[in-house]
Design a protein around this ligand. Sequence first.
Ligand code: ADP
Ligand code: ADP
Length: 228
Amino acid sequence: MIKVHQLKKEYPMGDSCVKALNGVSFSIARNEFVAIMGPSGSGKSTLMNIIGCLDKPTSGSYSLNEQAVAELDDDALSAVRNKEIGFVFQSFHLLPRLSALQNVLLPLRFSASPVQDTDYAHELLKRVGLDTRHDHRPNQLSGGQRQRVAIARSLVNRPAILLADEPTGALDSKTSVEIMALFTELHKAGQTIILVTHEEEVAAYAQRIIRMRDGDIVEIEERGENAA
Ligand code: ADP
Ligand code: ADP
């Protein structure tokens, strides 16, 4: 499903540049649950931004569903970003004036079938355990509940891949465990998940851990089926 080969990323910096990725290669199959770990500055966000089609590598190749991403024009790229990838962030990124349900529906604002979409958004809120809170605004919800809304929103376009960047970074440890249980459930239901974290306890939920340092992959650890 995902194949990256010799990915390099350099950010221009005055007369020189910062090397964020030095040539990383790996593949991720459908329905895998992978964690990317590494200290701050090791290139995790840069890699996620490339996988999420938010940024392009300086060199190397990336193919998503057998399609070379470098060959896509801007329209095709934003279509891939909207339809194939669901994003979950550390800080939730919910719109404060919208209800939970409206936040979940947000990625579908150009959709052709609003009625069905509302039903599906309700179904997703139910799946994340929040159906009774569909009218609540983010400030009426706890951090864990906000992240559940964000996860429901990330799934509304039925994305092939869920990309989660430090999804438990703003949560206490008990709530983190609940959110990781939810990711595990989604994975068991067939969702492909790639998650960035710097917490070992969080990475332990994944089947495979890609460990990075200074722009290189230093280890790929196979853990088997949901070891945590
Ligand atoms: P991580 O997510 O693991 O903390 P990043 O991918 O954010 O790592 O950063 C990798 C390296 O690239 C760091 O040295 C960082 O300072 C640098 N970097 C990241 N984004 C930019 C940018 N937009 N401009 C310049 N340097 C950047
Ligand atoms: P933080 O770690 O500060 O909470 P996030 O993990 O929330 O940051 O965001 C990571 C990156 O994703 C940011 O650089 C941000 O610009 C980008 N981003 C935020 N919201 C979206 C979005 N809805 N779609 C695409 N990219 C986003």
